[in-house]
Design a protein around this ligand. Structure first.
Ligand SMILES: [Zn+2]
Ligand SMILES: [Zn+2]
Length: 409
């Protein structure tokens, strides 16, 4: 993400100071050499000199190769900032990112707003906070607002809308509610929402790519209101094509069910490590893979804290649920049995290694005396929501169970 956009390339014409256009010397092109001229006139004028380059046994002699240059679309001014990166699927980042959005001064800013550093102390890493009634009510409030924000953004999902436009909607909806969008500048994340399209597992950065009919997109909203963080996400179908693709529907609906099944078992005394068994069992029944790198987490006055809540089976998470705890469950499930992920050079965007789509759902939960209260629960009129599963045809391939490190989303 710190990798700045390259300078526009210069015309190699004789004594020419102009920027290059998309006009390329056909001979150089055949030789696999980039030489873009500013104009036909300049190309003709420079021909005598330029053609010498073609004769050379080494076509690169006397030719200063441009640095790896992102090809800027002349119509839209957009470009892929990592043209040589081995992407795992069809999705590409589409820059430039929009300028950083500001949160008005009258809204309290968390510590990372200034320099990106959340300054977490890990002294209490295994201590799980129990919230008193006042703090529980504060969590209820911030989670209710976060649900409103997610619903506002979710309602805007349709083909043609860019993820940057969704970021703007999220940012404004947070600000209207006197809330700071927690992701903004958190460890230098540049935007106010995570938008994870298709093969993106999580932490997708909103950019200039318009959503396409047939995409799925996860919207992960978190906000900070009166000192308390709320965190939830849902995956949405983009257009009818997505809703009528049986593999996509099976992925998205199974992931939704994974979260619901885990929540249904949540009550005081249950171990945090048990959720992974429930989730992986259900995912495997549909031949889907469970991501291991990112986990659910405690959440309160801290955005991310103990407990750590893995979504895969046989994990070693510490602790049991007790009344007053607040935490998230947020399974990330892949359309193939592979659980493996890879990160783009922006240091955020996590994708499946095989380029297969991935879905996710998340709630913030409060442990009560008898179960959990879903603080970020859907409302009757919330956009999105379950659609019928296609007839399942289970396959029996062996699940990929390569282990990776535990992170937090
Ligand atoms: Zn989240
Ligand atoms: Zn989370």
């Amino acid at each position: 993400m710190d990798q700045a956009a390259e300078q526009p390339r210069k015309c190699p014409g004789l004594n020419c100071e102009n920027d290059a256009s998309t006009l390329q010397c056909p001979k150089c092109k055949d030789m696999g050499v980039e030489s873009f001229f500013c104009s036909q006139e300049c190309f003709k004028r420079s021909w005598g000199e330029h053609k010498q380059l073609h004769k050379s046994t080494n076509p690169l002699r006397n030719f200063v190769p441009p640095k790896v240059v992102s090809k800027v679309d002349p119509e839209t001014g957009t470009f892929n900032p990592y043209p040589t990166f081995p992407f795992t699927g069809p999705l590409r980042p589409l820059y430039p990112l929009s300028p950083r959005r500001e949160v008005p001064k009258h809204i309290p800013h968390p510590v990372w707003a200034a320099d990106g550093n959340p300054r977490y102390s890990f002294a209490k890493r295994n201590h799980i906070d129990i919230l008193d009634e006042k703090a529980q009510n504060a969590m209820r409030k911030s989670c209710k607002l976060a649900r409103e924000v997610l619903d506002t953004v979710g309602a805007a999902v349709k083909p043609g809308v860019t993820t940057d436009q969704l970021d703007e909607i999220c940012h404004n909806a947070c600000v209207e509610r006197n809330s700071y969008p927690s992701p903004l500048n958190y460890n230098n994340f540049p935007k106010s929402i995570c938008t994870s399209v298709n093969e993106v597992i999580c932490h997708g950065i909103p950019d200039q790519r318009p959503l396409k009919d047939g995409d799925i997109v996860n919207l992960d909203v978190s906000l900070w209101f009166e000192g308390y963080h709320a965190d939830l996400n849902e995956t949405y179908y983009v257009g009818e094509k997505a809703r009528s693709n049986p593999d996509i529907v099976r992925l998205v609906e199974t992931t939704r069910q994974c979260l619901d099944l885990a929540i249904a078992q949540a009550k005081p005394g249950v171990a945090f490590k048990d959720f992974g068994n429930i989730i992986e069992k259900h995912a495997k029944s549909q031949n889907l893979g469970v991501v291991k790198t990112y986990c659910g987490h405690g959440i309160n006055i801290l955005f991310h804290c103990a407990p750590n809540v893995p979504h895969y089976a046989k994990n070693k998470a510490v602790g049991r649920l007790a009344p007053g705890m607040t935490f998230t469950i947020e399974p990330m499930i892949n359309a193939t049995p592979s659980s493996r992920d890879k990160t783009w050079p922006d240091d955020w965007t996590s994708v499946t290694v095989d380029g297969a789509p991935s879905a996710q759902f998340e709630h913030t939960l409060l442990v009560t005396e008898t179960g959990v209260e879903v603080l970020t629960a859907r409302k009757e009129d919330s956009p999105g929501g379950p659609i019928p599963m296609p007839n399942s045809d289970k396959k029996d391939e062996k699940a990929d169970d390569a282990a990776t490190t535990n992170g937090t989303t």
